[in-house]
Structure formats: C-alpha cells, structure tokens
Design a binder for this molecule. Structure first.
Ligand SMILES: [Zn+2]
Length: 327
C-alpha cells in the first residue's frame, strides 16, 4: 500500500513565476506574438538556460497573459497537493507592460494571486528576487519595493541568476533592508558555485532558506553548521540534473543532506524548462532518490514550517502531513 503523494500537503517554495507557464500556454503566447515556439532539448550550461528563460519572457506582451499564467499556476498547484506557493517574482521584468513602474506590475501580479487564492484555496505569497548580475543599487530598489509590501503579499527576498563571478556578499545592504522589514531571507546559492557560496548566504546574508544550496555537501563542517542553524535548503532535483550540477538523479545529494540533519524542501524551480512539476519531484525523490515516506513527509513539513505562509496555513498543513503519514 503506497501513500499517494498528491494527498501530502506541501508548500512550493522555489518556483519562478514565468517558468510555471504550461507548455501549451507557451505555444499560445508564441502564436499570439507570431513568433516561433521556443524549444530546448538540452542546456549546455546555465547561460543556455538563461537564454531560454529570456525567450519565454519576450513572448509575454500583455498583462492578461500574466493573469493566465497565475491562474494555471494555482490550478497546477492544487492538482499537486500544494497548499501554499511562495512564487518568485521579479516585477522589473514586467514593468514595461505597466508604464515602466515595477510597483504597478507587482500590484497587478499580487492582485491576480489574491484572486486565484480565493478561487482555488491555494494560498499564494511572493518572494521578490533580484538578479545578482545587476547592480547592488538596483537590488536595493527591489528590496525597498519588497519591504513596502510586507503584510500585502510579499514574504521573502532573494537573489537569483548566475553565481559564477557574482558573489552575494556585496548585496548585503539589500538583504539588511529586507530583514529589517520582516521579510525572510532566501537567496539562491550553492548551485553553480560550491560551499563558499553557501557560506556567504549563511554567514554574510544570514539566510532563513537557501534556494538550492545542495553543494554545501562538499564541505562536511559547513553542512553540519547549516543543519545546526536550521537553514532550509529549497532543493530542486531535476533542475540540478538538467543544469549539470549533478550527473544524474541517483547522484543527487538530497538523501545525504537529510542524513546529515539538514532541513530540506522539495521543489520544481522551472517546470517549463526542466519538465517535472513539484508532485513529480516528490515522486522522483521516492523512486529515484530512495526517500522514505517519513523523509518525504519531513520535506513537506519543512516546506510549510520554513515558509512565509500565514501561521494558520502552516498549522493546518502540518496537521495534514501528520495525517498523511498516519494513513
Ligand atoms: Zn531557482
């Protein structure tokens, strides 16, 4: 008798909004723009992936398309047993559709999220993320924007894009603004760069969660420190395979991280480009990574407890995880 992972209540904490677009919706966006449908079979490296992300962005040309993506994100979350999504938004990417005003773009996206929450019951909150390849000044603008939305839909502040050559430490002033405002600190780290990137995220940025972070496993002492501090790693197994962080799923460090006592959640990152949705990532974690139901439930617990979800959502979700495991 196998427990149904779709019935396990879970939070989805590492999901980039544009990359939640369904493949069929991408086809519609391309048709509407009279452009070829972007396709990708393989990514030679992260730069290829960023180009592919840009191809998707270029097809989003009307605010109503953002609403469609949010609607489908909520429906897909519900189908996967997700009770809470902390979706990564970069409102600057869509500001050009809103008079070059990132705050207006964010208002629009958060209003769409609110409507979908009321329609589906899936609670949706936002992480604002800055690109580490941009200037610290722009990140500070993002952090101030995020800080002004505390209590209005934004719960965390992060940093994304290529780690190589772009250390996180210079962005500490932006993270200080976010932390002082009460936002969770949630940068990407330890994906394309090894433990030194995780060390920065822990010791300089004082992260609550780290998106990916898996390469901490290369440093046993730091792994123990991350475990001791209870910093949650928002892990995305398939993403790490597609972008060559690990050779295959069987070599993914999630089981080793859990064995070392590290708190981890399981996520999809960019399902449009990488394939699996979050439910499939849980299923792969069971079938390919060999996680037990106790471990899968532990990851689901972390995805709620370490999230920016309202306390009652966490409590209800955690009770549901216990019930799932007892079933
Ligand atoms: Zn990511």
């Amino acid at each position: 008798m196998t427990r149904d992972l779709a019935l396990l209540p879970k939070g989805h904490l590492h999901l980039h909004f544009e990359a939640s677009t369904r493949p069929l919706t991408l086809r519609d966006l391309a048709a509407e723009a009279d452009e070829p449908v972007p396709s990708w079979a393989d990514f030679a490296d992260f730069s290829d992936f960023q180009d592919a992300y840009g191809d998707v962005l270029r097809l989003i040309r009307r605010p109503e398309q953002l609403e469609r993506i949010m609607t489908e994100l909520a429906d897909d979350a519900k189908a996967d047993g997700v009770v809470y999504v902390e979706v990564t938004l970069a409102p600057v990417l869509h500001a050009h559709l809103f008079g070059d005003d990132a705050a207006v773009a964010l208002d629009f996206l958060l209003a769409a999220a609110q409507r979908e929450e009321e329609r589906t019951g899936v609670v949706i909150r936002a992480m604002i993320a800055s690109a580490r390849t941009m200037s610290v000044e722009l990140a500070i603008e993002d952090a101030r924007l995020a800080a002004s939305y505390v209590g209005r839909g934004v719960v965390s502040y992060g940093l994304h894009a290529d780690e190589r050559g772009f250390p996180a430490a210079p962005f500490a002033p932006a993270f200080d603004i976010a932390r002082d405002a009460g936002l969770l600190i949630t940068p990407h780290a330890g994906e394309l760069v090894g433990p030194e990137s995780v060390r920065e995220a822990v010791e300089v940025l004082h992260s609550d969660r780290i998106l990916h972070g898996v390469r901490v496993i290369e440093d046993a002492e730091l792994t123990a420190e991350v475990a001791r501090l209870g910093v949650c790693l928002d892990v995305c197994p398939s993403s790490n395979v597609v972008l060559h962080v690990v050779p295959d799923l069987e070599h993914h460090p999630l089981p080793a991280l859990l064995a070392a006592g590290v708190t981890c959640s399981i996520n999809a990152d960019d399902p449009l480009q990488f394939g699996p949705n979050v439910l499939e990532e849980y299923e792969l974690s069971r079938t390919r990574l060999g996680l037990t139901d106790e471990q899968l439930a532990g990851c689901a617990r972390a995805s709620l407890a370490k999230s920016g979800a309202p306390e009652e959502v966490k409590a209800r979700g955690l009770a549901g995880v216990d019930a799932w495991l007892a079933s």
